[in-house]
Design a protein around this ligand. Sequence first.
Ligand code: URA
Ligand code: CA
Length: 439
Amino acid sequence: MALIDLINVKKLGGELDEAQLAAFANAAADPQTPDYQLAALLMAIRINGMSPRETAQLTMAMARTGDMLSPQVGGTPVDKHSTGGVGDTTTLVLAPLVAACGGKVVKMSGRGLGHTGGTIDKLESIPGFRTELPEEDFLRIAREVGCCVVGQTGELAPADKRLYSLRDVTGTVDSIPLISSSIMSKKLAGGAMGIVLDVKLGSGALMKTMADCLALARTMCDIGRRAGRRMAALITGMDEPLGSHVGNALEVKEAIDTLAGRVTGPLLQVSLALGAQMLLLGSQAQDEDQAVRLLQDALDSGRGLAKFAQMIAAQGGDARVCEDTRLLPRAAVTQPVLSMADGWLSRMDTEAIGLAAQRLGAGRSRKEDIIDPAVGLVLHKRIGDRVAAGEALATLHHNHAPRAQEAHDLLLGAVHISGAQPPRSALIRARIAIDGKET
Ligand code: URA
Ligand code: CA
């Protein structure tokens, strides 16, 4: 099958059949295929879209270009995927809580790139923690502990790797069928039978409008259901970082403080809401109220924190960090960022806050950059808070003064103070339940 024929069909707004979509996915995984033909087809799809059937069939074909895992963990393997945010440490809070309630969390996570952090980088800030494990160890830990978080094992959806790097440089990232097939091809190949999606909305998110978030969530749920997976989705706010800590060891500390009951707030609220969907997907709970009660009990009793310690130890890490977070890497210098004005914190450019942490060394601008696990920033104010001139908006944790100056300026520019108190918006904006009902 010639790619030029597929390009011509999509150029004129037609639909590709299942065999043609499989040919596209296989061509993307074949290093002999020229970039220009794949790029032309991606642009035709970006402009003319794809039907739900086309999107689902392309996703399945992309998943089949690599390993297809089916983890045997003594229960329904469940996973969570976030479309990416800042200070978004929900995985480290919800995986142990869900495991403490009998769920089986089998999670392959990524590294941070650009303004968003990556769960694998965060976990590697724990001394000794291993994110690359032989598959049998990964499955044994998931089975025995109930949660295991590793980097990608094997080769999942190689077609996506090629297409994603082309989309990045051809203006074709912002396409709901292409984003959905990219994310879901990797999720389907990973083998989770229950998947909850956390689609982020706001200044730090990929999607900036509610309509786009809902369209993306519906499309991804539809793909998963057609592939026989149980699906649920939440649309959650990313107008400001979710937790107050941004940076790898700092976010691990916040997750431990949350599991220990010392910290509550948006990070815990979203973690409980996503965790509840995971218990429903794995049939550990019959309804949402029961699911939240089970999770809250795991939190209050300390069983969630004990699970996290168990997972850390099983993955080679120093579990004493759960008792004493001072054992995590710490930066040499802390420096406050002071407000220049009186008023209310009215708006944050969340992406710029993520970039400020990256400038300190918490993230990468290129894949090969080495990160500093200790550095980052802690926000002391949220949107809607009263702020006085000279009061600390945040504290930088750094190991390099010139970078701290850059991060300081980025952060000050990212936080807007106004004379009027802004309305607070809800954190959980919408949900798509397992049965497809939207609220
Ligand atoms: N994340 C992905 O994996 N793919 C996309 O297309 C966008 C975000
Ligand atoms: Ca991602």
